[in-house]
Design a protein around this ligand. Structure first.
Ligand code: ASP
Length: 437
């Protein structure tokens, strides 16, 4: 039987009202069999996420400070949900166990994971589905690296005989039985692994927005929604900060080419955004999205005939590596190259890098500049259309915005334009309106 994995984020399961919406969504399609839940997020009644309260609980406990108020708040959130659905749970026992584990020195990850654990237990009762603990499905190796193969195997084995299941997101198990969490927002990743393990028809990611927008709504007023986006396009946009989905959530489903649908729990009738492999894309437009980030630093290097020096780039990369600096982009011409790095590399370190480049690569000129923004205009469609970059550049020229640098990868998936930080918002707005009126 075909199955859908539906993951509900913190805002979707924040209180009884939200969980009623979740229940209706699940009941609407019998293929929604594997349900992955986050811990309750912010709601009308609670202005802090349960995960953050648990982190605070852990800190207070470690510092021998009074944690009872925080513990009480956490418990109240779950009791509120249980009361709303008239279900019972032995909260005394559950919370005594958490305290006991804290006292025996069980790590922060265990404590923080209880947010998802308790929520999934409640949701299983509400939805009348079996609860399956994530520690039996998702595994890490002894180095703390996620073991995708073992996890996918266990998921297939354990879930295949069940009518469905509710699974807590965000954590798994280390070899000796200890709990380990993913990075924040990691329930998205859990949902993706479960989707791969059951070979889901689609992985639905239910949140509080109806998918991705073509541009940041804080900059562009009422931007259009992206109907379809390929995995690769989304990678480019997320790198630049468009965040709805956890950065790594795509990796487990890539091999099986499982689509991800971003849906809004508060407006389930809205279509949402479909993330899919390129071969399945049906809607084409020359651009899919625009995103960007401020605060990059550019190191400019000028050296005549640098492309005749076979070892030039190797030496350059060696210098960056020795200073533990990540290179973001590297636009070049025959006699010059620019290294684009993040602004968090402090001045003394940048100066040391420059000194090394001077000594080892012997450039004619070198310098650096802060405060550069990068804007990426993404779309597979631009490969087969002429004029995409013309629209970008004309839009910027009309607005009198100076382009500081341009990068276009050979895959023609995106164009990256560098502008001064103070032109950033204006540039995005003008590019958007150049394509979409
Ligand atoms: N509850 C965790 C967090 O707030 C994980 C998640 O919701 O995905 O980050």
């Amino acid at each position: 039987m075909e199955s859908i994995v539906a993951k509900f984020g913190g805002s979707s399961v924040a209180n009884g009202t939200q969980i009623r919406k979740v229940k209706a969504i699940i009941e609407q399609d019998p293929r929604r069999r594997y349900i992955v839940v986050s811990a309750p997020g912010i709601s009308y009644e609670n202005n802090t996420k349960v995960t953050d309260l648990l982190l605070l609980l852990d800190t207070l406990h470690k510092n021998h400070q009074d944690y009872h108020g925080v513990l009480h708040n956490i418990r109240r959130i779950y009791e509120g949900i249980a009361n709303e659905f008239s279900i019972s749970m032995d909260f005394d026992q559950e919370f005594e166990e958490i305290l006991r584990q804290m006292d025996v020195g069980e790590g922060t990850d265990y404590i923080v994971s209880r947010g998802e654990y308790l929520n999934a237990k409640l949701m299983a009762q509400i939805l009348d589905l079996p609860f399956v603990d994530a520690k039996d499905l998702l595994f890490f190796n002894q180095d703390g690296i996620f073991d995708e193969e073992a996890s996918i195997h266990a998921i297939g084995e354990i879930l295949k005989d069940l009518p469905g299941a509710v699974i807590p997101g965000f954590y798994g198990q280390l070899p000796k039985g200890r709990i380990k969490t993913f990075s924040r927002g990691g329930s998205d990743f859990s949902g993706a692994v479960i989707s791969a393990g059951v070979n889901a028809l689609v992985y639905e990611n239910w949140t509080d927005v109806s998918g991705f927008l073509v541009a940041d709504p804080r900059i562009v007023k009422n931007p259009e929604r992206i109907k379809e986006i390929t995995y690769e396009e989304l990678r480019e946009l997320s790198y630049m900060g468009a965040s709805v989905l956890h950065d790594e959530a795509m990796f487990p489903i890539l091999k099986d080419r499982i689509p991800i649908k971003i849906k809004n729990t508060n407006a389930p009738e809205e279509e949402g955004t479909l993330i899919l492999p390129q071969e399945k894309k049906r809607h084409f437009s020359n651009i899919t999205g625009i995103a960007g980030r401020k605060n990059f630093t550019v190191i400019y290097i000028q050296k005549t005939k640098l492309n005749w020096d076979r070892s030039f780039y190797r030496k350059l990369m060696g210098i960056l590596e020795s200073h533990d600096i990540y290179l973001e982009h590297m636009p070049s011409s025959i006699d010059s190259v620019s290294l684009i790095i993040k602004d968090d590399v402090k001045d003394p370190k940048v100066r040391k890098v420059i000194d090394d480049i001077k000594n080892i690569c012997e450039p004619e000129a070198i310098g650096f500049e802060r405060g550069i923004s990068l804007i990426t205009v993404v779309g597979h469609g631009m490969k087969n259309t002429t004029g995409t970059s013309a629209i970008c550049f004309q839009s910027l020229a009309k607005a009198n915005i100076n382009i500081r640098l341009i990068v276009q990868g050979s895959s023609e998936l995106n164009i990256i334009i560098g502008v001064n930080d103070e032109d950033y918002e204006n540039a995005i707005e003008n590019i958007y309106h150049g394509f979409l009126k």
